[in-house]
Ligand binder design. Structure first.
Ligand code: IMP
Ligand code: MG
Length: 181
């Protein structure tokens, strides 16, 4: 069972639900009269994105982009690869990028540059989790769910080696699972 690999739960389903609703309320306020395009960065943000859009009341559209930066380890390779690009042009649109976790900042700083070059009207970032201690590239985030310490977390869309995404909560993985002590 996946649950056996979890050391402890960091955020329960209930805590996630409450925080996602708060972020959505802030987005509703900030985008009043606008029609943001939410871009979910796959695969990690798919659960957060699905919950977030259902709490947002301003009209919005969605698109998806897949990038890979990690391989199967727990440390960023620093290389970001576009695995799947957006389906539509974003020129003139109000973009909200939705990420699962901001770690080194590599992925988002790279993506931001790439998306800015396509001339959207505005671009903001929304991340469910943030590990500020780990940042090597500065990234400005307008919406952040929780700041967390430097521990590897899984669940609610986040994976280790593509597994654990289906856990409904966010938990800290036992280091023994990835070869630690
Ligand atoms: P960054 O480029 O180092 O900021 O890494 C961002 C990406 O790394 C996220 O989108 C996740 O896919 C992955 N990542 C970073 N930390 C964790 C973690 O604790 N658990 C699962 N994935 C993580
Ligand atoms: Mg990942």
């Amino acid at each position: 069972m996946l649950e056996h690999d979890i050391d402890h739960v960091l955020f329960s389903e209930e805590q996630l639900k409450t925080r996602v609703a708060e972020i959505a309320a802030q987005i509703d306020k900030d985008y009043e009269g606008k029609e943001p395009l939410l871009i979910s960065i796959l695969r990690g943000s798919f659960v957060f994105m699905a919950d977030l859009v259902r709490q947002i009341h301003v009209p919005c559209t969605v698109d998806f982009m897949a990038v890979s930066s990690y391989g199967s380890g727990t440390v960023s390779s620093g290389q970001v690869k576009i695995v799947k690009d957006l389906s539509e042009p974003i020129e003139g649109k109000d973009i909200l990028v939705v990420e699962d976790i901001l770690d080194s900042g590599n992925t988002l700083s790279y993506l931001l540059k790439l998306l800015e070059a396509r001339h959207p009207a505005s671009i903001r970032l929304c991340t469910l989790l943030d590990k500020p201690e780990r940042r090597t590239k500065p990234v400005a985030v307008q919406y952040s769910g929780f700041s967390i310490p430097d521990e590897f977390v899984v669940g609610y869309g986040l994976d280790y080696d593509e597994k654990y995404r289906n856990l409904p909560y966010i938990g800290v993985l036992k280091p023994s699972v990835y070869g630690g002590k």
